[in-house]
Design a protein around this ligand. Structure first.
Ligand SMILES: Nc1ncnc2c1ncn2[C@@H]1O[C@H](COP(=O)(O)OP(=O)(O)O)[C@@H](O)[C@H]1O
Ligand SMILES: [Mg+2]
Length: 487
């Protein structure tokens, strides 16, 4: 099947549905028309899943114009700090107009952004119109100077030394500013940056030195081909955010780096996270609140017809599975970490379920395969609901009322991926109608676990597989040495 670039990018980078993508395709099909009619540049940007950036999925340039965009920008990442209008419209669902915006490509434009919504009124993308500001302003020299509030080096004079004179703006900034020439040699840095470079490189004379020799960790920043990019770097326990901008003015090929040191901020964040007493208390409250909700539901379901009761039972089971996560965390000795052992969690959820299901004589077998899987509480909640839904389905749909059967749960893993398998030897899925349960599982697997959910064919019964990546939030510890650890 031929898919458009827009569709491919949306599938790869966003969590939009096919219907949403269809809607975007509709809008995209009219872009060229608008571009020609209004003599402006049109774009559609969509928010990337799992991070705070956006991506350009469609564009149209006016024909018969001196293009301010040399190359296509489709597929390019858009950062909030550079394109605030785009993110304003995204977050607020409102129109934004910015006069003389400087785009990520360093062009001066009047930019109008309107949100694109789907049938359910969700913002699924933004439509951007950019009209070039008259070239006269751009070529004006005074404009160019004002655009960059730093003092470039002249006649071998290095750095904005302000002794005796009034401080320039860049001297007062907390951010480090570093300007390098076409060969990546240092031609300017503000005082904080100078201090940083000297400290990190243990060199005093840094002027005109090659920056990637002084600070080798900046190499990926310079190797990156994009004109504008934001990097998160961790060096010597320092957390840095590096914004790189290639300045194309007068073809001098300079690169400006703006570096923020977030180390202290990150440390404070961590300290806050470690406030174990508070966390413990919150876990208690979450668990108690879940129990209150469950009791309220139980009260409400009394006297209802049987099929309504079944829906209530489904919901109650979901609540119990979430609450199991908190029970496990609270039972731990160390109060400050909220990691959850997934095998333990699976056992807890399943044993409660089979006990409650008095009708059937079903065996439930959990095989940890010799590994211990530890996840953050956030991922554990998703996994709890997923296990609950899939095992419930086996109990509910696979076996006859008085029938016997077997449900097996096991985990396999390699270096990068973890697989959760749930299979039964029941009747198998015959023309299933996707319903709330499978929808919940699919959404949690793709959105929260970043993984994939599917049923694999098998001769007897049903076999569901959830595959998701190993990450700092999902760790595997091999307890048995002979365990097959491929890779
Ligand atoms: N293990 C299973 N064995 C047989 N049929 C199943 C199994 N799991 C799911 N199904 C079928 O898939 C359908 C959709 O499941 P689901 O979305 O969880 O909805 P629900 O469980 O509320 O019916 C079920 O109604 C059932 O027909
Ligand atoms: Mg179900």
């Amino acid at each position: 099947m031929v898919t458009s670039t827009l569709e491919q990018l949306c599938i790869l980078y966003t969590d939009l549905t096919y219907e949403d993508i269809g809607r975007l395709e509709e809008v995209a099909s009219t872009l060229q028309l608008y571009a020609d009619m209004s003599d402006s540049y049109m774009f559609i940007d969509c928010k990337i899943k799992d991070n705070d950036h956006a991506i350009v999925v469609a564009e149209a340039f006016p024909r018969n114009a001196n293009n301010i965009y040399e190359n296509s920008v489709v597929g390019k990442i858009v950062f909030e700090s550079f394109e605030p209008g785009v993110f304003y419209s995204y977050k607020n669902g409102k129109k934004s107009i910015i006069r003389q915006a400087i785009t990520q490509e360093g062009k001066s434009v009047d930019q109008t952004v309107v949100p694109i919504k789907n049938k359910c009124h969700q913002v699924i993308g933004v439509l951007i119109q950019e009209k070039e500001v008259t070239p006269k302003t751009l070529q004006d020299d005074s404009y160019q100077e004002a655009d960059l509030s730093i003092v470039p080096a002249r006649n071998g004079e290095f750095l904005a030394s302000t002794v005796g004179g009034p401080p320039v703006v860049s001297d007062l900034l907390m951010e480090m500013l570093i300007l390098t020439d076409a060969k990546d040699h240092l031609i300017y840095s503000n005082p904080v940056a100078l201090k940083f470079i000297s400290e990190m490189s243990r060199t005093e004379a840094v002027a005109n030195e090659k920056i990637t020799d002084l600070l080798p960790f900046l190499k990926p920043v310079y190797d990156n081909k994009e004109d504008v990019f934001v990097f998160d770097l961790t060096i010597d326990r320092k957390s840095l955010v590096v914004k790189k901008i290639r300045l194309k003015k007068k073809d001098r090929g300079e690169t400006l780096l703006i570096i923020q040191d977030l180390t202290e901020l990150r440390m404070k964040e961590k300290e806050l996270m470690m406030k174990s007493v508070v966390i413990q208390e919150i876990h208690h409250r979450v668990k108690n609140n879940l129990q209150t909700i469950a009791s309220l539901l139980r009260l409400q379901m009394r006297g209802l017809p049987e099929d309504s009761q079944a829906s209530f039972e489904d919901t109650l089971n979901r609540i119990y599975s979430i609450s199991s996560v908190y029970e496990i965390i609270l039972a731990k000795e160390r109060a400050d970490d909220d990691d959850v052992n997934i095998i333990e969690l699976t056992r807890k959820i399943c044993s409660a379920m089979v006990l409650n299901d008095v009708r059937s004589k079903v065996d439930l077998i959990i095989q940890p395969n010799g590994n211990k899987i530890i996840t953050s509480s956030r991922k554990a909640v998703s996994l709890a609901i997923i296990v609950n839904e899939l095992v419930q389905n086996s109990l509910k749909h696979a076996f006859a009322k008085e029938g016997e059967g077997e449900i097996r749960i096991w985990f396999t893993s390699d270096r990068d991926f973890l697989e959760l398998h749930i299979s039964d030897n029941g009747v198998g899925m015959k023309e299933p109608k996707p319903s709330l349960g499978t929808e919940i599982v699919h959404n949690l697997v793709t959105n929260d676990l970043n993984g994939e959910f599917l049923y694999v064919p098998q001769e007897e019964g049903t076999h569901a597989v959830v595959t998701f990546p190993v990450s700092p939030e999902v760790e595997i510890f091999y307890e048995k040495k002979d365990f097959d650890s491929r890779g």
